[in-house]
Design a protein around this ligand. Structure first.
Ligand code: DGI
Ligand code: FE
Ligand code: FE
Ligand code: FE
Length: 187
């Protein structure tokens, strides 16, 4: 399936506002991919599909997580996390994506993880800083592109963890491991 067919198919599954977010992520991911030497078509496909499961039925997602032997810990955490691994499943089954790096970029776009590929980082960051995102501090995160992909990724995962802890929300272990990975690299 080519990219425009994918985009049309995604559009049918998402409300307008969410679809506009997806288009923003495609734009930002394309720019970051160019800057950081990641193949643009891979970044674009991952961006188009990253939130494909955002409006999927919760019970259905739960059944997929169980059936497909995904990490059972997901079920102990907020259902908001489920659309990422289930999105990777849909990308493979319904959109025919076979590239494991693209599937991982979708799978880990919400939590991050310890050992992320450059493509995974690009999608994680683009999701957070696309033009539709308005939270305080987002402009500072965008500026960090001048300092490299890892600086951007470290600041991004920190932002997410700060946000969650400020709301007394649990942080999924993969996010903490991601943070640790960057902090230890410096040590
Ligand atoms: O799907 P998006 O809204 O574009 O963004 P996302 O997939 O990055 O995040 C979806 C939600 O998940 C967001 O409200 C924050 C939340 N989230 C991200 N990481 C964690 C988390 N929630 C919990 N409980 N734990 C996490 O580690
Ligand atoms: Fe998402
Ligand atoms: Fe590493
Ligand atoms: Fe998103």
């Amino acid at each position: 399936m080519d990219q425009s067919a994918m985009l049309q198919k995604v559009k049918k599954r998402l409300p307008e506002k969410r679809f506009n977010h997806v288009v923003g992520v495609v734009d930002t991911a394309t720019e970051l991919a160019q800057r950081f030497d990641v193949p643009e078509p891979k970044a674009q496909v991952a961006a188009i599909l990253h939130d494909v499961a955002k409006f999927s039925d919760r019970d259905w997602m739960k059944s997929i997580i169980i059936e497909q032997n995904m990490d059972p810990l997901l079920l102990d955490y907020h259902a908001e996390l489920w659309h990422a691994p289930v999105g990777a499943y849909i990308a493979e089954k319904e959109f025919g994506v076979e590239d494991e790096d693209i599937l991982n970029a979708i799978r880990y776009h919400t939590t991050g993880r310890a050992e992320m590929s450059d493509l995974e980082k690009v999608i994680y960051i683009a999701d957070l800083v696309e033009p539709g995102r308005k939270f305080s501090g987002v402009e500072e995160l965008r500026q960090l592109k001048e300092q490299g992909l890892d600086v951007m990724m470290e600041a991004s995962i920190k932002h997410t963890i700060d946000f969650l802890t400020s709301k007394n929300q649990p942080v999924y272990p993969d996010s903490l491991k991601c943070y640790e990975h960057f902090v230890q690299q410096k040590g």
